[in-house]
Design a protein around this ligand. Sequence first.
Ligand code: AP5
Ligand code: MG
Length: 210
Amino acid sequence: MASSIVLFGPPGAGKGTQAGNIVAITGKPQISTGDMLRAALAAGTTLGMEAKGYMEAGQLVPDDVIIGLIEERLTQSDANEGVLFDGFPRTIAQAEALSHIAELSVVIAIEVPDSRIVERICGRYTCGGCGAVYHDTFNPTASPGECDDCGHTEMKRRADDNEDTVLTRLSAYHSQTAPLADWYKERNLFVAINGDQDIEKVGAAISSVL
Ligand code: AP5
Ligand code: MG
């Protein structure tokens, strides 16, 4: 398999927002474990039922479930030329498993201070049609309630986008995911991007890395 990219960062950093641009530049498909788990939950699958409680509480889903999900996804033919991982890996165990199944070219870390995260998460909404990501204040749709990208008129808010759950997600990020930064720095794969600036500026900084 050709090399893959990891998009890394705390909840609300802008991983989903920036993923489309990276897909357009590289042609690699986005694999978001969060989106896959939400789709499984909506479909009522066993996986979705298993993940539900963890996601609603803002805790990480167990490593074996996530690694199995990724292993299965990587067997699809669109992954042959490498992929863009969004929100995976999130633990050292996941990173170790990934190192046996895919080669990485870079880990792009979008860095945003904790003080910005709650306002970002609590103002987020997404298009129910294409999944485009918006924000009440920072990135609203041009016409209220209508997706700029696909024209769909049903907007969604995530069940885990509330202040209490965000704080648990942030705590999980710091204790379980942030240690991966050093792990990838030791492997010379880590590139930090300042995520505390306009969406377009974050996009330009990422493009220059690619
Ligand atoms: P997941 O869906 O991955 O959520 P997350 O990591 O918490 O990240 P988010 O999707 O919340 O944030 P984002 O960085 O994509 O930000 P976005 O671009 O939307 O995971 C959800 C749950 O699933 C986890 O809690 C866990 O339970 C489970 N899970 C998933 N993967 C797992 C794994 N590997 N292992 C174990 N469990 C797993 O932007 C946020 C908002 O900010 C938007 O409104 C956007 O418009 C706005 N915004 C973006 N950029 C900017 C900017 N530069 N300036 C101002 N506003 C901005
Ligand atoms: Mg996301």
